[in-house]
Design a binder for this molecule. Structure first.
Ligand code: HEC
Ligand code: HEC
Ligand code: HEC
Ligand code: HEC
Length: 210
């Protein structure tokens, strides 16, 4: 269970921030600011380190958090064209807190004690009931499906194409929809750290051509 500890900490940080710089617009005071759990109130250290990073996950950004080893059930349906795989890359990093199996405060070799549970532990019951992640979203897939925008050319609404702004080496990951640092344009909306607003289902309609 995630201690109310964190929620209280985040709430306090947010209140302090509001007084100083206006509505939350950055990682400080966001749901991923765990500074209150670190003796030196560091924020980045829960996920990153400048040295001796964990190389278990391919392309992980200087990773400093214990990595989940779970195997997940995967989403499938008769109309699904892409083949999904066990989560790789950034998605496995997210699941290293969001499957509830590794403590949030397991960083830099520490054995933590605070675990995510409830709706925030999206991977705790596997990924069969979640939007698919960790698969290549290519133009060929879009053409085969017939109801997806071409990722190489369709605008993401963030300045570039879907491929440039939302995919990781062509792959759709948790971070295609969420900004872990709360630094994206949707931050002011304060809506589940989404990179594009849910207003009018803009997020979904960026990729789905319906
Ligand atoms: C809760 C975990 C978490 C925290 C805390 C966090 N990051 Fe990240 N960071 C990630 C993940 C996951 C990725 C890879 C996914 C992505 O790029 O969106 C990433 C990617 C990055 C990248 C490479 C991609 C990019 O966005 O430029 C940089 C640089 C980075 N983080 C810096 C920081 C700094 C600096 C801090 C502290 C102010 C920080 N992060 C705090 C999880 C975190
Ligand atoms: C170090 C652990 C950790 C990592 C790594 C991490 N998260 Fe989180 N995340 C949390 C915790 C803890 C909360 C709940 C905070 C709270 O209850 O206030 C949270 C909350 C969230 C929320 C809910 C925000 C809201 O407004 O309610 C989303 C969405 C989210 N994380 C997505 C991600 C994604 C996507 C990644 C990877 C790119 C990621 N997280 C990586 C620990 C982590
Ligand atoms: C296709 C877009 C998309 C992808 C991919 C995605 N999410 Fe989400 N996520 C959302 C949306 C939209 C919401 C808000 C749901 C709502 O408002 O009811 C959300 C909500 C959440 C929340 C808040 C709790 C909840 O259930 O509402 C967490 C935590 C979260 N996502 C984590 C993740 C993680 C971890 C991954 C990767 C395994 C991921 N998301 C992949 C779109 C996505
Ligand atoms: C970054 C692009 C992107 C975003 C954003 C996105 N999706 Fe998807 N989604 C895809 C792709 C690609 C697939 C795989 C389709 C396939 O292979 O048939 C998919 C699969 C799905 C499926 C399963 C389709 C099937 O045939 O079983 C559903 C349902 C779905 N998405 C709904 C949503 C909803 C609802 C949202 C918004 C909350 C959303 N998507 C946001 C790209 C995206």
């Amino acid at each position: 269970m995630l201690g109310q500890q964190i929620e209280r900490l985040v709430a306090t940080a947010a209140v302090t921030l509001l007084g100083v710089v206006g509505a939350g617009a950055q990682i400080t005071g966001s749901p991923h600011d765990f500074a209150g759990l670190d003796a030196r109130r560091r924020i980045c250290v829960f996920c990153h380190t400048p040295h001796n990073a964990d190389l278990t996950v391919t392309d992980a950004p200087l990773w400093n958090h214990a990595v989940t080893t779970r195997t997940y059930s995967l989403y499938d349906s008769p109309t699904m064209d892409a083949t999904t795989n066990q989560p790789t890359g950034a998605s496995r990093l997210c699941l290293s807190c969001h499957d509830g199996s590794v403590a949030v405060d397991s960083y830099g070799g520490r054995a933590g004690t605070i675990f995510l549970a409830g709706p925030d532990a999206v991977g705790a019951d596997g990924l069969a009931n979640d939007h698919p992640v960790s698969f290549q979203y290519t133009d060929a897939l879009a053409i085969q499906d017939g109801q997806l925008h071409l990722p190489s050319s369709a605008p993401s609404t963030l300045g570039g194409s879907i491929n440039q702004d939302l995919l990781f080496n062509g792959s759709l990951e948790c971070a295609s929809c969420h900004d872990v640092h709360n630094s994206g344009p949707a931050r002011a909306v304060n809506d589940s750290l989404l990179v594009i607003t849910q207003q009018g289902s803009r997020l979904c309609l960026t990729c789905h051509n319906l």
